[in-house]
Design a binder for this molecule. Structure first.
Ligand code: GRF
Length: 214
């Protein structure tokens, strides 16, 4: 079996990217991050990618004359690196239907709450945790899900709960949630690496691990 070829799309600091690279180093994730793509030239994720010798690509819609041309550039980079799976990790731009269709059931996103609550357009970053606290929730969590053509609506692959503490601030809750994000994203990708994911309608079925993986 060959390592799963993953592209990570990130707009920000890239802590999930780092967690994936560390999981690969520890031998917990049988994958290779073959490309880190960002719409932001100064994304922290690029520094992490460079530290690990991962190719980077800055792609901004502003530098293209049409959305179609932008999509073509994105697709050709994905093909050039033989990307099998795309992992969105804090990528704040909507991905076009062309790319989503091409990577149907092979594009993942991580969201710092239990979807379908506290998701959708505009609910990202600290706003998610603020909304969870404003509602008075006792638990929050993490969702890794497949990407469809809307924001945060694709079927969940893995979800995990995180308790909300009485004295939480959005920042303290975010930090507790992030620790779980850093574990669960590698776990979800490992299921893809082991070819254990089957999608039936909205249900993501996790197949049993083979008795003898060789
Ligand atoms: C994470 O909280 C992730 O759940 C959300 O965006 C944030 C990205 O953080 N989609 P980082 O750039 O990976 O540190």
């Amino acid at each position: 079996m060959k390592p799963l070829r993953v592209a990570v799309f990130a707009s920000g600091r890239g802590s999930n990217l780092k967690a994936l690279l560390e999981a690969i180093e520890r031998g917990e994730l049988f994958a290779e991050i073959v490309l880190v793509l960002s719409n932001k030239a100064d994304a922290g994720a690029f520094n992490i990618a460079r530290d690990y010798g991962v190719p980077t690509l800055h792609l901004s819609q502003e530098n293209f004359s049409s959305p179609q041309e932008f999509d073509r550039a994105m697709l050709s980079a994905l093909h050039e690196h033989n990307v099998e799976v795309i992992a969105l990790a804090g990528y704040l731009k909507k991905i076009s239907s062309t790319i989503i269709r091409e990577y149907k059931n092979r594009m993942l996103n991580i969201h710092p709450a239990l979807l379908p609550s506290f998701g959708g357009k505009g609910l990202y970053g600290i706003k998610v945790h603020q909304a969870v606290l404003d509602y008075g929730c006792k638990v929050s969590g993490v969702t890794v899900h497949l990407v469809d053509e809307e924001y945060d609506t694709g079927p969940p692959i893995l979800q995990r709960c995180v308790p909300v503490e009485q004295d939480d601030t959005p920042e303290s809750l975010a930090a507790r949630v992030l620790e779980v994000e850093h574990k669960i994203y590698a776990e979800a990708l490992q299921l893809f690496a082991e070819r254990r994911i089957e999608v039936r309608g909205r249900k993501v079925i996790i197949k049993d691990a083979p008795e003898n993986p060789n």
